[in-house]
Design a protein around this ligand. Sequence first.
Ligand code: SF4
Length: 223
Amino acid sequence: MRGLATADELEPDLEGASPQEILAHLAERFHPRLYVACSFQKEASVIMDMLLKIEPEARFFTLDTGLLFPETYATWRQVEERYGVKVEVYQGMTLARQAEEHGGELWNQDPDACCGIRKVEPLREALSQVDAWVSGLRRDQSPSRRRTPKFHWDDKHELWKANPLADWSEKDVWNYIAEHDVPYNELHDRGYASVGCTHCTLPGSGRAGRWAGTDKIECGLHA
Ligand code: SF4
């Protein structure tokens, strides 16, 4: 059992709460054992902007697959500079070792295995450090995310998880970015509604551009 966070604790109903109210609850209850997952997509930018106004010492992490777009690495640098934070990094095995053990292009041969090595395992390591985490999932991103709760016990990783933007629309996110002058990944302006690794992301609405042309819809981080 880690810290004081267990599934037996009272689970407050945060379904009617605003993103800021949810983040304030999390900061008060869990910080510094609270981690925000940072994909450097627009939702991550919004959550970073909101949370740092509530808890200036908030902690952020990213899963650097080594296969992110240059624009994503640029957004990473931009938000660190703008907010004066250091995003903590978790990585799977090196690409060279992956190629040695599994062949040159595992993302084509077995994308589930590739995501397992480059995302799922590093996520497990990151979450082992804390009692609660925050993601930018939204219900209207895909049918598989339609039932995303705002706050719940994450059985898979055995800690609390919040999705404060779960009921926000794409428009809500863009309105917040415009109102607060939040830095965001410029790939969104070029038709990429969702941004992942270079080999597995095309322009598209929702999550249509992720693993396009295959049955794969999630990387395994959230489901
Ligand atoms: S998104 Fe593609 S390249 Fe990135 S970890 Fe998953 S399969 Fe590998």
